[in-house]
Design a protein around this ligand. Structure first.
Ligand code: AGP
Length: 613
């Protein structure tokens, strides 16, 4: 996710642009930049220090021209190309008379880049975005004006985009368009605005309009002209803004956690984007570890903490099933101090949304010292773990502000399973059709997640019946076991309730002695190879008086027969099912936290990133 802002009709808009970028930093802050039209030229400044880019950018604009025309600003969450000044937006064309900013991913950027270079264009970044501004340059050179050239460019690209582009030859004009990623427009007196979302505009106008998918807007001072990408006129929907600024940053949600739970389908969809080549094969551009090196791997370790460890535990089942490689999963704080058997044919994967967790980063350092190839799965481009690893695979969930990990956790599961399929492709343990079938099932996940999220009221109703419960077991088998661990962690860290995640088959070896009336057992009973055994384990605890809550596939009446409450989810293939099954457990923990009067965004004793031992 990136943040974009544009203003025309305001002759000294830089303070407004910088303030808006600060509001939008929660969407990404790897780098930031501004461009404006002044004196018949494009003036541009960019900063990329990874964390304080907007503040650094402000210092660079001290000598910017005042009395300018159109202006645009961008704060970046890198997906293609490291967060360096060269990769920071806005990007300019060969003539330097166009500047463009973008939020999204252009899937066919490689082919477009090759064609542009072959036709004499000089590219100055490693981003997908840059191809767009050079295409506009090409079409304007053929006689199109800025708007027509932008339309033609948008007809050439595939993927998700919110863009804004300015031109020195049309100083007061900003052309904007969107597909799949958000963009809002605003008007106030003789000024027109655009932004990634409402928080950036709230302080300046409440006359805000939504731009819909495949629509294009031409902004001039005090005017908006909206059409479809093909040019048919559109009357944009005006939004009623009742939020205050703080509420707006949460997108109207009461807290970041509920906003980020709602973003989970997009986080998974974006993580899945642009992973397939023209022939349907998996391509992992950013991996940095060659296929030959991966072909030599004969053992895999996956090491992490907390929710990231639970994602790793799901991946164990997938990798062993798909790749037939021994796959050990360990919590980083233990891995570091035992004597893991590691050699130069071991792949050690560190999973960390922040890329800064000390236990996990030290574990990776130890694995590297022992000769392993180190790959990091992280949500922060060029985080310290990503920088020190041999290879990286990024989740693209956008910044996660809530202390309890939600969208990053699910994106990690998907990223690790993509890695598993990539290893299966290289090791030849799955055929291309088999891989394609699994990827097709993955592509269905965002829609299934949206359906699951929409059932929140059913979860709230169950939560309201458990307000007095103080003792929870979360049980699962096969990939349901890591889901149980994650559900227990969420309840502990958000509602401060005693909750133990356990392998259901292990309960009879002692812990079942704890089962009595009043104990709540939450079972993960979505279909997987051990579903029948799972129902038997649940029947054992139900017969001993436990209150049973089951996560079960829609229509599974056999599961419902052994439960007091059912949290229904749409079915998917077993190895992908944790991406769905975790959602009602997040919602259950969230609701119980609220019922107990706790703030889900600021759980006691916790920090978002643990950079101490
Ligand atoms: C999860 O809800 C917790 N916030 C915590 O367990 C977290 O997953 C863990 O600290 C690992 O963080 P990382 O992914 O940034 O390494």
């Amino acid at each position: 996710m990136c943040g974009i802002i544009g203003v025309t009709g305001e002759p000294d808009a830089l303070p407004l642009i910088l303030g808006a970028l600060h509001q939008l930093e929660y969407r990404g802050y790897d780098s930031a930049g501004v461009a404006l039209v002044a004196g018949g030229e494009i003036w541009r400044a960019r900063a990329a220090d990874g964390t304080h880019s907007v503040a650094d950018l402000a210092a660079l604009t001290a000598d910017a021209p005042r009395g300018h025309a159109a202006a645009i600003g961008h704060t970046r969450w890198a997906t293609h190309g490291h967060p360096t000044p060269e990769n920071a937006h806005p990007h300019v064309d060969c003539t330097g008379r166009l500047a463009l900013i973008h939020n999204g991913i252009i899937e066919n950027h490689s082919a477009l880049r090759a064609d542009l270079v072959a036709n004499g264009h000089t590219m100055t970044s490693a981003t997908d975005t840059e191809v767009m501004v050079h295409l506009i340059e090409r079409f304007m050179a053929e006689g199109s004006d800025l708007t027509a050239a932008t339309r033609r460019m948008l007809g050439s690209v595939r993927g998700a985009f919110s863009i804004a582009v300015i031109c020195a030859d049309e100083p007061d004009t900003i052309v904007a368009a969107r597909r799949s990623t958000p963009l809002v427009l605003g008007l106030r007196d003789g000024t027109a605005f655009l932004a990634s979302d409402i928080p950036a505009l709230i302080g300046h106008t409440r006359e805000v309009y939504a731009l819909a998918d495949d629509e294009l807007a031409v902004l001039t001072p005090g005017h908006l002209h909206v059409t479809t990408l093909e040019g048919a006129p559109v009357i944009p929907e005006q939004l009623t803004i009742t939020w205050d600024l703080e509420a707006a940053q949460k997108g109207g949600f009461p807290d970041y956690m509920s906003k980020e739970m709602d973003e989970q389908p997009l986080a998974v969809a974006t993580t899945l984007l642009d992973r397939r080549g023209a022939g349907g094969e998996l391509i992992l551009d950013e991996l940095r570890i060659s296929a030959d090196e991966l072909r030599r791997i004969d053992k895999v370790f996956i090491v992490a903490c907390g929710s990231s460890y639970h994602a790793a535990a799901v991946a164990k089942y997938a990798l062993e099933h798909w790749v037939k490689l021994p796959t050990e999963v360990d919590i980083a704080s233990e891995f570091r101090y035992r004597d893991p058997v590691i050699g130069d044919r071991t792949l050690c994967v560190g999973v960390s949304q922040s890329g800064e967790t000390l236990d996990t980063s030290e574990a990776m350092r130890e694995a590297s010292r022992l000769g392993a190839k180190v790959l990091v799965v992280s949500n922060v481009v060029d985080s310290s773990m990503a920088r020190h690893a041999d290879g990286v695979l990024y989740t693209r969930a956008g910044p996660e502000v809530g202390v309890a990990s939600t969208k990053c956790h699910l994106a990690q599961i998907v990223a690790l399973e993509i890695l598993g399929l990539f290893l299966a492709q290289i090791h030849g343990t799955l055929t291309a059709p088999e891989i394609g079938e699994i990827l097709n099932a993955m592509d269905e996940l965002p829609a299934l997640m949206t359906r699951t999220l929409s059932r929140r009221r059913e979860v709230d109703e169950v939560a309201s019946k458990l307000t007095d419960a103080r003792d929870f077991f979360f049980l699962g088998r096969h990939v349901g076991y890591p889901v149980a661990l994650e559900g227990a962690l969420k309840l502990k860290e958000l509602a401060y309730l005693r909750a133990e995640g356990y392998a259901a088959g292990e309960l009879k070896h002692g812990p079942i002695a704890l089962i009595e009336p009043g104990v709540v057992v939450v079972g993960i009973a979505t279909r997987n190879p051990l579903w029948e055994k799972m129902l038997s384990n649940i029947a054992e605890v139900h017969s001993r008086g436990a209150t049973v809550v089951l996560v079960a596939d829609d229509g599974d009446e056999e599961a419902a027969a052994v439960a007091d409450h059912v949290l229904w989810v749409p079915p998917t293939s077993p190895l992908l099912s944790p991406v769905i099954g975790v959602i009602p457990l997040q919602q259950l923990a969230y609701r119980l936290a609220r019922l107990h009067g706790h703030d889900p965004d600021r759980p006691r004793n916790l920090a978002k990133t643990v950079t101490v031992e």
